[in-house]
Design a protein around this ligand. Structure first.
Ligand code: BG6
Length: 514
């Protein structure tokens, strides 16, 4: 969040971020999908905003033997086909492409790192600052970092920075996440390691802090005294697509919960930090994740519903059974949907359930946080045919970013009758956001040395620790995966889980209104 200011009440959000310090941005996995689809377009958008230094360079590193020219041509071609805003004929693209180089080499061969060092030394007039972005398969995260360490490339001398960016998945369970942290921390300091959770790059997620701590009216009622329960949803319409190999070994729980979903939960439940200092913010978030109640594997079964999609229709398109998808085992028990009931054992949240759900091939794409407040005492309105509904606040993370609030109002007329109404704030009504992939802030912050929006080692481990009992229950074959039709709102058991507590998920199929 370095260098940003917000001009409230104006139609345009004025970015006044200073250019990031000069540096060399090495991308491991230079020919991969992430590089084309997200990193390059994000760097393009940053260049367009004018926040990259004139002395910035990108060096792709990958096994493919090719010349720098061929690599630049490959990127231009790949980017042309992307939906989005890179104008490959324009001046920003020429600015960017002229700063792109390439090093061919095996990630496990020390000679590759010799070439990287040479390249860094050759970059006349630059500062020695370097970012090593690991856009590679997770099995290379530690190996590349260790090679960088062995080649002395992570040593920060004379004020230069050396940062490593690690993509997700960060481990597959608690022991593997711990082992990965240990290996990374042997070659680099915690402050040099930038563990990405791209949900933290989303504007609305960052807006949680502005909403909660920049306003006087929400915080006093943001606790067990006034809040009944909280629902956190990340519903997707996409299927597993071509990611079967990764996804079938991973599942919705590991893919989304300890990272993205718990980050949303932490933003919702954290105490106000003392400052915007990276560690002040990250410590408060980590405290929340650490306070998620650990279940016994036997309790985990009742507190989690795992679902898998069957054939159905999503957005008018036929979707086949998950088990018939490419690279998915025909008898797979992997979940494509998971719903959990969590408690945060802190003074503020004692007894308030946090229901978390995420899934693929659902009826709507919707990421949102729903705060359901306690009902007003109905004494005055007991003569009405229907009971008062509780107030609900929805933070729309995506799409249609914004915040809405449902409350009761009197229907005009001589008789007292109440109706639900809603106030609705939409980002697009106030602010004109620049085109974005969601990675821009994260890359810019990493270039500026601001790790606020990145995960710390202890945060990641706390997330895994909280889901470990469910992983164990699944591994022990103790739970059943529930089927749901593609295009529905998930397995019926997930509704039952809330109904048992007297609640109901906010429908995925509604329009925006809560
Ligand atoms: C990724 C998961 O981290 O997040 C995907 O691996 C998921 O399975 C994606 O689809 C969701 O991100 P977004 O930004 O599209 O909501």
């Amino acid at each position: 969040m370095a260098g940003e200011t917000v001009v409230l009440g104006q139609k345009v959000l004025a970015p006044d971020a200073a250019p990031a310090p000069a540096s060399t941005f090495f991308i491991f996995g230079a020919s991969g999908d992430l590089t084309q689809r997200l990193l390059l377009p994000s760097l393009y958008n940053l260049a367009n905003e004018g926040v990259l230094s004139d002395d910035f360079a990108i060096i792709g590193v990958d096994r493919v033997e090719q010349s720098e020219e061929a690599y630049r041509a490959y990127l231009t071609e790949a980017t042309k086909g992307l939906p989005g805003s890179c104008d490959v004929g324009g001046t920003t693209w020429s600015w960017l492409i002229s700063r792109i180089g390439y090093i061919a080499g095996d990630f496990e061969d020390p000679a590759t790192y010799g070439r990287i060092r040479e390249r860094l030394e050759q970059r006349a007039g630059q500062t020695g600052n370097a970012v090593f972005y690991l856009a590679v398969a997770p099995r290379f995260f530690a190996a590349i970092s260790e090679q960088l360490g062995a080649a002395d490339l992570l040593k920060e001398a004379e004020g230069a920075f050396r940062h490593i960016v690690v993509e997700k998945p960060f481990g597959t369970d608690l022991p593997s996440a711990r082992a990965l942290n240990k290996r990374l921390l042997t070659v680099a300091d915690e402050r040099q390691i930038y563990r990405i959770d791209h949900f933290l790059g989303k504007e609305t997620v960052q807006n949680m802090m502005a909403l909660r701590f920049g306003n006087g009216i929400f915080e006093p009622i943001w606790s067990k005294e006034y809040i009944d329960h909280i629902q956190i949803t990340a519903a997707e319409t996409v299927t597993v697509e071509k990611r079967g190999r990764f996804y079938d070994a991973t599942g919705a729980l590991r893919d989304m919960v300890p990272n993205h979903m718990f980050q949303l939960l932490a933003m919702t439940a954290m105490e106000p930090p003392n400052s915007f200092d990276a560690d002040a913010v990250r410590t408060e978030k980590t405290k929340v994740i650490e306070a998620i109640r650990h279940m016994k594997p036997s309790d985990a079964i009742g507190a989690a519903v795992r679902g898998q999609y069957r054939a159905g229709i999503v957005n008018g398109q036929a979707v086949k059974d998950y088990r018939a998808e490419q690279d998915v085992a025909p008898d797979s028990r992997t979940e494509t949907y998971v719903a959990l009931k969590c408690f945060v054992d802190s003074w503020r949240w004692n007894g308030v359930p946090f229901y978390v759900r995420t899934g693929k091939a659902l009826s709507a794409r919707r990421t949102e946080i729903v705060i359901q407040f306690k009902r007003a005492p109905g004494v005055l309105f007991r003569h009405l045919p229907t009971a008062l509904k509780p107030n609900v606040m929805v933070i729309h993370v995506q799409p249609d970013e914004g915040v809405s609030l449902r409350f009761a109002a009197k229907v005009p007329g001589r008789k007292v009758r109440l109706s639900e109404v809603q106030m609705d704030f939409k980002y697009t009504d106030y602010f004109k956001a620049a085109p974005s992939t969601g990675y821009e802030t994260l890359i810019y912050d990493c270039l500026c040395g601001d790790p606020t929006l990145f995960q710390r080692a202890d945060t990641i481990e706390a997330g895994w620790e909280a889901v470990e009992p469910i992983i164990d229950a699944v591994a022990g074959g103790e739970d059943e995966v529930q089927f749901y039709s593609a295009g529905s709102s998930g397995p019926a058991m997930s509704d039952v889980m809330l109904a048992q507590d007297g609640f109901q998920w906010l429908s995925l199929e509604r329009n925006r209104a809560p």
